[in-house]
Every structure is written in structure tokens, then in C-alpha cells.
Design a protein around this ligand. Structure first.
Ligand code: NAD
Length: 489
């Protein structure tokens, strides 16, 4: 059965489908970046509320701002914006469910006016984001707005022709202000520490360069709640599409797979209203800081540790890494000895239980999260997830060697672009060229890679770090054996 609104009743004989009316909304969440994660997380939370008979007035309108979003746009359009979420349990059981909370999708690349109008409409109460770390347009070390981005320069010259998220947000907020409408809340759901504060700082910097009065209005009127989001959502594979069709009789061109675990901790700052997300387990807290730090420094850093070391060794997936005892022990020691000491006490959280849970989640043999996805955009991820921990441990005299080996592995990975068995690595990173050149240069200058200041922020000048790093890098290049080095820590 082809997934679409007309076939929903019939599909409902096979798997759960929306039981609510999808045409009666009067309050919108406009979401930019309808990737896998949004469809497994925010859209799923709203779907659950609607299945339970609440949040009936709320809907999600998806927005794509990049050429690459054309694919998801076409797929969702053909399926009346329905898609299947396939929850994969560790015991092998797959629980698919059709999600109906997204009701429309617009492309900023081809129809910018309609995107601005949608955001500027009175019914739009929240604009939410999952645009990846790169979408925020900040320099990873200084945290400052990157005005060198040619798209940003274009937008500053042509405010009516937006390209980036900031151009669209500023254009829509300006219209709301001029129409006397209240601002929407901007809700980042990306894996960035203080994601709301970051979105606020970047948007204000952009708006100040464009129109100071508008910037003043945004500063006063727009709320940017911080949030911590969590649910492992790997890239959908052709095998997932096939499993859904063969085992459940549903033809969906782009289902999403995820783990059973889901978490969302948010600051309750929604002056323009929000769905009652607490009814489906979302935690509203006054300060998300400690929760997000815990998640980024344990889960995300843990992923990067396994991903980079695993990529070099030739493990294809995260679960393959943790099935390897050496990798599992290495990860646990990194978490206990380097990441945990930089976290304070976190209200209501037992860190030992959290770490045990993490390793179980990584081990889920059904998720098969590829190390290449985990390593993708490492230049945007590592400064926040891992390098920040090294800086903090250097300041307090704490252990750094487990994280440092990962940086040496990253140099090797960027330089050789093959794993230790000579197989090519799939490297996806906006800084790929720079990383490769700097890593190659380590043949002449062993510190060349970590002298990329925007990523490593002064590590190359710290003697304790450089002596540990240069030793590890040299050993790795000499032995081509990451496991041997992991063993010797
Ligand atoms: P994805 O590749 O499926 O989707 C990424 C989306 O971001 C796409 O719609 C893309 O067009 C958009 N995007 C990328 N760069 C952009 C830019 N410069 N401007 C505007 N839009 C841009 O990825 P995903 O798995 O959905 O993950 C997205 C983000 O969600 C991650 O970067 C992370 O911050 C957060 N997240 C993901 C997971 C996960 O397990 N996948 C878990 C927690 C949080």
C-alpha cells in the first residue's frame, strides 16, 4: 500500500496511523530542516499529543532552505506529508507507526516569498530548527558570527532575497513587527550547547548588520528557549524501505528509523504559546545548561570517540565498535576519567546510570548507525563535544590522553582518507580540504593539524597537550595500528 492520506485507513490494518484530523490546525510550528531527527523527535512528540486528543490545533509546516531538501520535499508531497517512523528495539523488534503531524512543506530555494509569508502569518507561533551545527554560521572557536559567508553577504545587500536561516527569520520578523503581530518563538533543537542562546546571538548579530531597529525589536520580543534533545536517528537505508514494504506492506519512499529512547529538556519560555508537551514526557526546566553539557560531553563525544577510532580500524557501525571489547572499555574509561570530571552535579540524574544506558543504546544491534554519519562534520562537532573537555581538563590538571588519541586519529583520518586496511573513508566535512592540507603538512611539522586555531583554540601552545599529542600521532603513523595505541593507554 502506497503511503498517502487516502490509504490511511487500509494501512491502519497493518500499523498504527494518525487518528486525528490533519486539516483543522490554527497554530503552527514552522520547522526549518526536516531531516531524520526532526521526524523522529519534535514531529513525533506532537504526533503523540495529537493521538492522545490534545494539541488538536497544532500542526507542523516543514521548510527546506537547501537544494538538497528538494528530495524530501518531493517525497513528502507525494505522500500527503505522511511518513513512517520505525522504532528499532535492541531485541530486533521493529515498531513502525505513521506520523501525521507535518501537514505541509515549502522550499525556500524556489519559493522564498511563500516561506517568509508562512513564518509571518499570525498562526505561526514557533519557528523550530534542526539545521545542523553548520547552519548556525559561527566560528567554532570564537563563537562569533561568520560574515565571510558569501550567502550572508548577499543577504545583507539584498534583504528581500534571503538564502540562509537568518535572512528568512529577519525578513519574517520584520513583517510581523510591521503588521503589529507578536514575534514567534525561535526554538533550536540542534546539538549545540546553549542552542537557544546561540541562535539568539547569531540572529541578533545578523540583524544588527542589516537593520538596527529590527535588531532592537528582536532583542526585546523574540524568545529563544534552550533545549537538550536526544534520540539516535541514523540515516535511512534502502534496506529499511524494503523491510517496511515486505514485512508491513507499506510503501514509504523515506521512512525514518530510530532507537526507542527519546528525551527533550526545554526551558519554558514560549510567550506565544506551545503545545502541552509535558503530557508526553518532555521536561520543562529553568536551566537546561547542565543537561545539555552532560549529553554533549558524554553521548555526542562518546559517539565521536567511537566513530573516529572505529573508522580508522574499519568498524562500519557504532554497534560494531561497542561489540569490540577494547572499544567498549576505551569509551567507558574516557567517559569516566575525562568527560565525567568536567560535569558538575546534575539534578535528578545519576551519571553512572546515564553512562550505562548510553553504552546499551550504542550497542543496539538494530540501529546500525554508520561511523561515517557520526564522523560527518567533525569540524563542527569536535570543538564542542571533545576539544572543550580537553581544555577544561588541561586547566584542572585532569587526564587528557583518551581524547587526545582521538585527535591524532582525526589527523590520520583527514590525511590518509583510507582506513588501516587501505579502504577509502567516506568523509563528509565542510572543512575537508583544510583538514586534509593541514594533516598532510604534519609530515614536515607535527603540530600543523592542531594549529588550525579555529578548531583547536590554542591547544598547539599547551606543552602538556602537545607532548601527548605528538607522541600519539607519531606512533599512529608509524604503526598504522589504532588498536595497539588504544590498548597502551
Ligand atoms: P539530516 O541530514 O537528516 O538533516 C539535516 C537538515 O538540516 C536538512 O534538512 C538540511 O537541509 C538542514 N541543513 C543543513 N545545513 C543547513 C543550513 N546551513 N541551513 C539550513 N538548513 C540546513 O540530519 P539529522 O539527522 O536530521 O540531524 C540534524 C540535526 O539534528 C543534527 O545536526 C543535530 O544537531 C540534531 N540531532 C540529530 C540527532 C541524530 O541522531 N540524527 C540526534 C540529536 C540531535
Amino acid at each position: 500500500l502506497q503511503l498517502n492520506q487516502d490509504n490511511l485507513a487500509a494501512i491502519g490494518n497493518h500499523i498504527p496511523v494518525p487518528n486525528y484530523n490533519r486539516t483543522t490546525g490554527t497554530a503552527n510550528i514552522v520547522h526549518i530542516g526536516v531531516g531524520g531527527f526532526h521526524r523522529a523527535h519534535l514531529a513525533y512528540y506532537l504526533h503523540q499529543l495529537k493521538q492522545g486528543g490534545t494539541a488538536t490545533k497544532w500542526n507542523i509546516i516543514g521548510i527546506g532552505l537547501r537544494e538538497a531538501d528538494k528530495n524530501i520535499h518531493e517525497v513528502l508531497k507525494a505522500q500527503d506529508h505522511l511518513y513512517t517512523l520505525m522504532v528499532k528495539n535492541p531485541d530486533g523488534k521493529i515498531e513502525p507507526e505513521v506520523i501525521g503531524s507535518i501537514v505541509d512543506f515549502k522550499m525556500g530555494t524556489t519559493d522564498s516569498e511563500s516561506v517568509i509569508a508562512q513564518m509571518a502569518e499570525a498562526n505561526t507561533k514557533i519557528v523550530s530548527l534542526t539545521i545542523t551545527e553548520g547552519g548556525y554560521n559561527f566560528n567554532p572557536t570564537t563563537g562569533e558570527f561568520n560574515f565571510d559567508n558569501p550567502d550572508i553577504q548577499h543577504e545583507l545587500r539584498h534583504p528581500n532575497d534571503p538564502i540562509t536561516v537568518y535572512g528568512f527569520l529577519a525578513a519574517a520578523l520584520q513583517r510581523r513587527r510591521d503588521a503589529g503581530l507578536p514575534a514567534f518563538t525561535i526554538m533550536s533543537c540542534d546539538n549545540i550547547e546553549h542552542n537557544g542562546d546561540m541562535a539568539r546571538k547569531m540572529l541578533l548579530t545578523f540583524a544588527e548588520a542589516q537593520d538596527q531597529e529590527l535588531a532592537n525589536w528582536i532583542a526585546k520580543e523574540v524568545s529563544f528557549p534552550n533545549s537538550m534533545v536526544d534520540r539516535i536517528t541514523p540515516v535511512t537505508t534502502p534496506a529499511d524501505i524494503e523491510t517496511l514494504a515486505q514485512n508491513f506492506g507499506v510503501q514509504d519512499a523515506w521512512p525514518v528509523t530510530c532507537e526507542p529512547f527519546i528525551q527533550w529538556v526545554v526551558e519554558d519560555k514560549f510567550p506565544n504559546g506551545r503545545p502541552d508537551f509535558e503530557k508526553v514526557g518532555v521536561q520543562f526546566v529553568p536551566d537546561v545548561g547542565p543537561y545539555e553539557k552532560m549529553k554533549l560531553r558524554l553521548l555526542n563525544a562518546g559517539h565521536s570517540v567511537l566513530g573516529l577510532l572505529g573508522a580508522l580500524h574499519g568498524h562500519p557501525t557504532i554497534n560494531a565498535c561497542v561489540e569490540d571489547e577494547l572499544f567498549a572499555n576505551y569509551l567507558r574509561t574516557f567517559l569516566d576519567e575525562e568527560a565525567t570530571p568536567v560535569l558538575g552535579d546534575i539534578k535528578g540524574i545519576n551519571l553512572t546510570d546515564y553512562k550505562n544506558g548510553l553504552i546499551e543504546r550504542f550497542a543496539n544491534p538494530n540501529i546500525k548507525d554508520s561511523v561515517s554519519r557520526i564522523c560527518s562534520e567533525s569540524s563542527a562537532k569536535l570543538p564542542k563535544f571533545l576539544i572543550a573537555t580537553i581544555h577544561e581538563n588541561l586547566a584542572t590538571g585532569g587526564s587528557i590522553k583518551f581524547a587526545t588519541l582521538v585527535l591524532a586519529a582525526w589527523c590520520y583520518y583527514s590525511d590518509k582518507k583510507v582506513n588501516q586496511n587501505g579502504q577509502p573513508l567516506e568523509i563528509i566535512d565542510a572543512m575537508q580540504g583544510k583538514l586534509h592540507d593541514a594533516a598532510k603538512e604534519t609530515a614536515n611539522n607535527s603540530l600543523a593539524f592542531i594549529q588550525l586555531e579555529s578548531l583547536f583554540g590554542g591547544l598547539s601552545e599547551n606543552e602538556r597537550f602537545t607532548s601527548c599529542y605528538t607522541f600519539m600521532r607519531a606512533q599512529l603513523y608509524k604503526t598504522n595500528d589504532i588498536k595497539k595505541l588504544m590498548q597502551s593507554q
